[in-house]
Design a protein around this ligand. Structure first.
Ligand code: CTP
Ligand code: CA
Length: 223
């Protein structure tokens, strides 16, 4: 009945979602990036919109299309994603599902680097802004709820718990993305939600089901 009336549990709430990879150019034809289909971020944007939220969806070049019913902001680099996120504030809640490249190439070449016999290019990197940490640690105007992800391959919960504290976010969704799990590039996810009160492991489920569960929890937290 609520859906029929257009009244979800997040009606009137404004929520930011980051999704997909960022691409960091080396020269006009080459880049470095993280692996990301954008499937989990798209599912989260969809689930939040279905609950009635006004969703700003900031996305790098993902494999899957963005969901319907959200405001899509397309970016390429982490620095562009940071600017788009800052421009989207203020929001009630923010979910950082993007696989942001940790570094960009310090001096992007303006013209294509040519192969030259006997020499190899040496790339110098500079660190990208930590978009999640910036938002989690802002004073005035901080979203009431800041949610990050931690894709790990070893000691998943320990790394994610430390990451939550380091970044200052409220919740972290930890997942094991080791090659054998089939989670990277797959349709399912298995996550542990880490909050200030402890952690809970959700049973492995479709990325849509994980997103719906998260949207429900966000709605409860914003009550
Ligand atoms: N994140 C971000 N901006 C960055 C890097 C990460 O917003 N420059 C966000 C991601 O979207 C994710 C969370 O921070 O929600 C954790 O990302 P992750 O790469 O796991 O953390 P890092 O601090 O970069 O640590 P690591 O050395 O494990 O890559
Ligand atoms: Ca990283």
């Amino acid at each position: 009945i609520e859906a029929a009336l257009g009244q979800g549990t997040l009606t009137g709430r404004r929520v930011l979602v980051t999704s997909g990879p960022t691409l960091e150019p080396i020269d006009p034809v080459r880049y470095i990036a993280n692996r990301s289909s954008g499937a989990q971020g798209a599912a989260i944007g969809r689930a939040l919109a279905e609950q009635g939220a006004e969703v700003v969806f900031v996305t790098g070049p993902a494999t899957v299309p963005p969901p319907a019913g959200v405001t899509v902001v397309r970016v390429e680099t982490a620095r562009q994603m940071r600017d788009a996120v800052q421009a989207a504030l203020p929001v009630d809640a923010a979910v950082f599902a993007a696989a942001v490249a940790d570094w960009h190439v310090e001096e992007e070449a303006r013209s294509k680097i040519k192969k030259t016999a006997g020499t190899l290019p040496a790339l110098r990197f500079a660190e990208n802004p930590d978009i999640l940490a910036e938002v989690a640690q802002m004073g005035e105007g901080r979203p009431n709820l800041v949610v990050g992800f931690a894709a790990e391959t070893d000691d998943v919960v320990a790394h994610a718990t430390a990451k939550r504290a380091r970044k200052g976010c409220d919740w972290i969704l930890a997942n094991d993305v080791s090659p054998g799990t089939g989670i990277m590039g797959g349709t399912e996810n298995a996550v542990t939600l880490i909050t200030g009160d402890g952690s809970e492991t959700w049973e492995r489920a479709g990325k849509d089901a994980v997103a719906q569960r998260l949207a429900q929890r966000i709605a409860e937290a914003l009550q």
